[in-house]
Design a binder for this molecule. Structure first.
Ligand code: AMP
Length: 584
């Protein structure tokens, strides 16, 4: 295995990397760093954010810096202020042990005076947005006459933002430039154009294909009519109570409107788009980072400034025009080995686009049901119950009020007290979802098949609490029954149970086979779910909105009635199904 120590980086850099806890270089680092250390030359790196590309160019760039020379030796151009700040921060970490190293970031949207002062301190590395750099050049506040290395980061994005002429001008103003390192998530003719105009015999390195497939992302899509998009978004948010996510819109106007609507409804969200001034954008990012905000509603360009590693959900309010952009969006979750969910709200017509994206990311997308009102209430109930179960009140909490609290409830029965507390917590949700519509729409051929009896809906007693997501459930069912995973569809994962469609003639076979299996030692129960055309919760039970009545499944989880843990393994079953991949 390649390690950082095999790179012959200068000692200060190896030290900083080890201090940061980086163990293995990422694929783009493995490809790029050795070349740029031993034989610095022009390169193009095709890699997205999250691949470790900043270190891929940053470490070699710092390696070649002479800290005793007080001139700008390396210039990094990047499309947005947020990215500039991130790159400066990241390079600062890598160069933490290089005494005398100065890295300055210059970008628009803030006063230029402070930046002019920073530049007077003679940094060796400058990270800049093209517009502000031109401004500084015109004011003769920066001297690029000794720059040896220019990095163009997110070149495609800079071009999308209309910086082509600025980039040309800047590159023309770097007479001593020896090498140019261009990084881009996508390769367009315009990107290639820059290379042709300003680079010589460049080498190309790509990690795009490998990176597009991140198996830790569960890709889900929800089909609804266009006019139900917002309601669907709201329902998905309500159904994911612990969400920490990004909601992507295609336009700034949508971004603003959707965020405002959600904020009015009491959600902790904020918009993030290019029409907001820098100060506001920074504030939003800060609130998101410190988790005051649960979600950001963002346009693609503005979202590039979000550098957060633990995003749980990405929601595509609209699919992007370019399927490649989908991979940028979904890549915001499931970073650094974590898992994440990417949900897309689509109209029936857009299912073909989903197929296209599936081919690009080389992963199957799961068509999921938009939960009904009862399911949302149940989900939130469990979330709340779990919060109570996990709460750790401070030991001295309520010491002062203990007696009055006890007195107040002295005659109240415990059950009633619980009911009241839960009712208080959930009554708003219950009000909203009392008569909630079924938002699922778009009966594609497979759904037609289901209603004409070609597909059966099955219930299984495994859910999110068992560590399952749609992808894992399909894998488990397919492996346990030797079914072809593509025949298992419309997976809906609930707290304690799940549903999925299989061809009708396979239903009995699957039910029998799964009944003889165990999951993490637990016996499995599979039944045919309610075959009615609605998307009711079937075997999961509990459609009542009655806040006084805990759903059937609730008692099992929280009342400790047991869910059939252990038990005898039933090695029954048998028979075959023609759709199986292979026979055991
Ligand atoms: P980037 O793609 O440059 O935006 O990097 C994404 C994140 O990965 C940053 O937070 C880096 O600090 C981190 N990172 C970069 N290289 C490594 C590595 N080899 N091992 C672990 N983390 C890394």
């Amino acid at each position: 295995m390649i390690s950082f120590s095999s790179f012959s980086l200068r000692e200060e850099l190896t030290q900083a990397i080890s201090d940061l806890g980086f163990e293995t270089p990422t694929p783009i680092q493995q490809k790029v760093i050795p070349t740029l250390l031993s034989d610095p030359q022009d390169i193009i790196g095709l890699a997205q954010t999250g691949t470790g590309k900043t270190a891929a160019f940053g470490l070699p760039a710092l390696h070649h810096i002479d800290v005793s020379v007080k001139h700008v030796q390396c210039l990094v151009l990047s499309p947005t202020r947020e990215l500039c700040m991130q790159i400066q921060e990241e390079l600062g970490k890598y160069g933490a042990c290089m005494r005398g190293l100065r890295i300055t970031a210059v970008y628009g949207g803030v006063s230029i005076g402070g930046q002019i002062r920073d530049l007077k301190a003679n940094p060796q590395v400058v990270v800049a947005t093209p517009g502000r750099l031109i401004d500084l050049l015109e004011r003769k506040a920066i001297d690029l006459s000794d720059v040896r290395c220019v990095v163009l980061d997110e070149a495609d994005e800079m071009l999308n933002m209309g910086f082509r002429e600025d980039i040309d001008l800047i590159l023309k103003n770097t007479p001593t430039r020896e090498y140019t390192w261009l990084f881009s998530a996508t390769m367009s003719n315009e990107v290639r154009g820059i290379a042709k105009r300003f680079m010589k015999d460049w080498k190309e390195f790509s990690v795009a294909a490998a990176n597009a497939t991140n198996e830790n992302i569960d890709h889900q899509y929800y089909v609804t009519q266009h006019h139900n998009r917002f309601e669907t978004l709201r329902r998905l948010l309500d159904f994911a109570p612990g969400i920490y996510g990004i909601i992507f819109t295609r336009t700034k106007q949508d971004c603003q409107e959707i965020a405002e609507k959600l904020m009015k409804m009491g959600y902790h969200v904020s918009p993030l788009h290019g029409d907001m001034d820098q100060k506001m954008r920074s504030k939003v990012l800060e609130r998101f980072k410190n988790k005051t905000l649960q979600c950001i509603v963002a346009t693609d360009v503005a979202a590039r400034g979000i550098d957060v590693n633990d995003i749980s959900h990405v929601i595509n309010y609209e699919l992007p025009d370019d399927p490649e952009v989908y991979t940028h969006r979904s890549g915001r979750t499931a970073r650094a080995g974590k898992s994440g969910i990417c949900m897309s709200i689509v109209s029936p017509k857009q299912i073909s686009t989903i197929r296209q994206i599936e081919r690009l990311v080389k992963q199957k997308f799961h068509k999921s049901d938009i939960p009904d009102g009862a399911e949302v209430v149940r989900k939130r109930l469990f979330f709340y119950l779990e919060q109570i179960a996990n709460a750790q009140p401070r030991a001295d909490f309520a010491k002062l009020y203990r007696d009055s609290m006890m007195e107040q409830f002295a005659d109240v029965d415990k059950d009633e007290l619980i009911r009241k507390l839960i009712w208080l917590q959930l009554k708003d949700t219950i009000d909203v979802y009392q008569d909630a519509d079924d938002l699922n729409a778009g009966y594609d051929n497979k759904e037609k098949g289901r209603s004409t009896g070609r597909f059966a809906r099955l219930f299984i007693n495994l859910g999110e609490k068992d560590g399952l997501n749609a992808q894992k459930l399909v894998q488990f069912v397919a492996e346990s029954t030797d079914m072809d995973p593509t025949t298992i569809e419309r997976v809906t994962i609930r707290e304690l149970s799940s549903y999925f469609n299989v061809p009708t003639d396979a239903a009995e076979f699957i039910t029998e086979h799964l009944a003889s299996k165990k999951f993490k030692g637990r016996k499995i129960r599979v039944d045919q779910a309610d075959p009615s055309p609605g998307r009711s919760s079937g075997g999961g039970g509990g459609r009542e909105f009655n806040g006084n009545k805990a759903p059937r499944t609730g008692g099992a989880r929280f009342g400790g009635e047991g869910r059939g843990w252990g038990g005898n393994e039933n090695r029954g079953g048998g028979g075959g199904y023609k759709g199986r991949k292979k026979f055991a």
